[in-house]
Design a protein around this ligand. Structure first.
Ligand code: F6P
Length: 361
């Protein structure tokens, strides 16, 4: 349309995390202040694109949201346009509808803020002809092609604070404290918060644990006068030769597996095998809440600004990524190939081992 302002859309998909509002603000302000564009917030992730629900975003709308957790335009980890559950419970490909709605809105480009699920869908929509770029977010930090995702650092702060608090009560009562941490099939969150909180034993999915070694460490500590232990365990961890613990399988085409329960399992095993009193804390969705850390606010601002620039330059099919200290554009295709797991030779593990942390092996 000649004469009309260019239009950019933003959506936040998948599980929420701190820093999403900061990213929405960054895209919106960059678009308005630098490019005189119109901005639309798509409601509830892909649901908004499927059901044509969006709102116009002004500079005022995003003013003051930098420090707020969550996403004020809503998110959903259920709406996959390629496998959409209709009112009569059928799975239907409605991706064509998404493309038509984006066209009707007059979008010149879309910014999809999401984790591997949302960005895999984004890549498929891009291949179908939707002009979009991605911004990586997830507390799991498990996306390929970026060093860090939005939300990870804030979540590390939350979990570390929880470990600090558990430390004092563990010490007072001479107990073993197990803390179950999110992260799905990657151990980044447990590893970083475990190291930051001085966890005595850190158990991650990438290193299946030996319960005898875990108990040995707990008893050694007890004998040498440290009459408490902190065990930080990822929800996706499993014992050597054993299985991941699944809380529930739900009717959800995008994410049917709900992890949870490994914390209780290892706590029971520790108590039975050592005779030491053991308690479990499952942090759950607290890990996704609260204000973003300063690091996440800066990262989200840099990602959002860069993503808007990519849309203006029409460099679609890309994801913004942190590489060292620099923000780069990488191919979405490479970002969603597979999830990024912790390498057991990761330098953080090496340092943790050097200070006597056990990984249960
Ligand atoms: O991917 C983020 C995450 O918080 C995971 O760490 C966790 O396994 C999952 O989402 C929980 O999902 P839901 O909010 O659907 O329970």
């Amino acid at each position: 349309m000649p004469g009309r302002k260019k239009r950019i859309g933003i959506l936040t998909g998948g599980g929420d995390c701190p820093g999403l509002n900061a990213a929405i603000r960054a895209v919106t302000k960059t678009a308005i202040l630098n490019y005189d564009m119109e901005v639309f917030g798509i409601k509830d992730g892909y649901i908004g694109l499927i059901e044509d629900k969006y709102l116009s975003l002004s500079y005022q709308d995003v003013s003051g949201i930098l420090t707020e957790g969550g996403t004020f335009i809503g998110a959903s980890n259920k709406a996959n346009p390629f496998k959409y559950t209709t009112a009569n419970n059928r799975l239907k490909d409605v991706s064509g509808e998404v493309l038509r709605n984006a066209k009707r809105m007059g979008l010149d480009g879309l910014v999809c803020i999401g984790g591997d699920g949302t960005l895999s869908i984004a890549y498929k929509l891009y291949k179908k002809g939707l002009n979009l770029v991605g911004i990586p977010k997830t507390i799991d930090n498990d996306l390929k092609a970026t060093d860090i995702t939005i939300g990870f650092d804030s979540s590390v702060v939350t979990v570390t604070e929880a470990i600090d608090k558990l430390h004092t009560t563990a010490q007072s009562h001479h107990r073993v404290m197990v803390i179950e941490v999110m992260g799905r099939y990657a151990g980044w969150l447990a590893l970083y918060s475990g190291v930051a909180g001085g966890g005595d034993i850190i158990i991650i999915p990438e290193i299946p644990y030996d319960i005898k070694k875990v108990c040995k460490r707990v008893i050694e500590r007890d004998k040498t006068g440290k009459r408490f232990s902190i065990v930080v365990i990822s929800e996706g961890a499993r014992p050597k030769g054993g299985k991941i613990v699944i809380k529930r399988i739900v009717k959800d085409p995008s994410e049917p597996v709900r992890l949870g329960g490994i914390g209780n399992k290892i706590a029971d095993d520790i108590e039975n095998l050592t005779g030491l009193e053991t308690r479990v804390t499952v942090l759950g969705h607290l890990q996704r809440g609260g204000a973003p850390s300063p690091f996440d606010r800066v990262l989200a601002t840099r990602f959002g600004t860069f993503a808007c620039d990519l849309v203006v330059k029409r460099r679609f099919g890309k994801m913004v990524a942190l590489k060292g200290r620099d923000i780069k554009a990488v191919d979405l295709k490479d970002a969603v190939k597979a999830i990024r797991k912790v390498d057991p030779k990761d330098p953080v593990i090496k340092s943790a081992l050097a200070v006597g942390t056990s990984f249960g092996i």
